[in-house]
Design a protein around this ligand. Structure first.
Ligand SMILES: Nc1ncnc2c1ncn2[C@@H]1O[C@H](COP(=O)(O)OP(=O)(O)O)[C@@H](O)[C@H]1O
Ligand SMILES: Cc1ncc(COP(=O)(O)OP(=O)(O)O)c(N)n1
Length: 275
């Protein structure tokens, strides 16, 4: 039977980030995609213009509609703006058997806050302990662990702390915001693993984090292990950035079919890293 995945997140009408990026990524990985909208975001490649949060009771109706019908094989959360939303979602996920991936979206690359300041503690307390894996970028990891991350050694310490003190099953601290090669640090019960690619010189990186975590979710839905899922996520996002579409007046989206159609530079098309 086909694997299914659910994303609980905000929207991007230009399709590069949020729910739209997640659904494209699920589809590319041949996973049946479902979505629950938390906030409707008026944004494009040039930035966020405005945000409308959906009422919490309406988010609950959407969640119930999914869970009463098609039980997802994996769940991902992206933008969850308020503590009330987080508490509702935590209550729905606490008894789920399917792996849960938290992308703790806090600020868009354009600088717009996507999570209320007072909710940052709620992410730590209510959502991170439920997650099979957390996928923060450097600024998000800094908020979670409350120390600055300036280099790989800080990123390793942060990933370990998110697991051992905050209670996630695993953590990957993404290196997109550090200088040099794009190095992501995974910490899980086996220890550390680094996922590395050359830094691609492009401004078209809108939605990289959403896409990366959605691919990880897809692979967990199929039953792959966390390191296998992360390895495929890393290849997918590297190809999606490399095979840029060059669209948008600002920081454009990645190419969601770049991995399947063109593969990694110098590698066969869309070949999974463990095949
Ligand atoms: N310029 C780049 N070249 C290569 N990989 C990148 C680049 N920017 C981001 N990545 C990769 O994209 C993924 C998302 O990382 P990041 O941009 O840090 O997340 P976010 O979009 O949440 O800020 C990571 O695997 C990271 O290493
Ligand atoms: C609705 C929504 N969710 C998340 C983001 C952030 O996306 P991200 O992958 O971190 O990349 P940027 O958009 O920040 O470049 C978003 N913008 N919108």
């Amino acid at each position: 039977m086909i694997a299914s995945a659910l994303t609980i997140a905000g929207t991007d009408p230009t399709g590069g980030a949020g729910i739209q990026a997640d659904l494209k990524s699920f589809q590319e990985r041949e996973v049946y995609g479902m979505s629950v909208v938390t906030s409707v975001v008026a944004q494009n490649t040039m930035g966020v213009k405005d945000v409308q949060h959906l009422p919490v009771d309406f988010i609950e109706k959407q969640l119930d509609a999914v869970f009463q019908d098609i039980m997802p094989d994996a769940v991902k959360t992206g933008m969850i703006a308020t503590s009330e939303m987080m508490e509702l979602i935590a209550g729905k996920l606490v008894n789920q058997q399917s792996p849960y991936v938290i992308d703790p979206v806090m600020v868009a690359k354009s600088g717009h806050e996507l999570m209320e300041e007072k909710s940052k503690q709620t992410v730590r307390d209510k959502l991170i302990p439920l997650a099979a894996i957390a996928t923060p970028n450097i600024p998000e990891a800094e908020i979670l662990v409350e120390f600055p991350i300036k280099n790989l050694s800080d990123a390793k310490r942060a990933a370990r702390l998110i697991v051992e003190e905050l209670g996630a099953g695993a953590a990957i601290v993404k290196g997109g915001h550090l200088p040099g090669e794009a190095v992501d640090v995974l910490y899980d019960k086996q220890g550390y693993q680094l996922f590395q690619s050359p830094r691609l010189e492009t401004k078209h990186t809108h939605g990289t984090g959403c896409t990366f975590s959605a691919v990880i979710t897809s692979e967990l839905a199929k039953g792959r292990t966390i390191p296998e899922a992360v390895a495929i996520g890393k290849e997918f996002i590297t190809a999606a950035i490399h095979h840029t579409l060059g669209i948008g007046k600002g920081n454009g989206p990645t190419n969601h079919w770049g991995y399947r159609m063109n593969g990694l530079p110098g590698k066969k098309k869309g070949v999974d890293s463990n095949e």
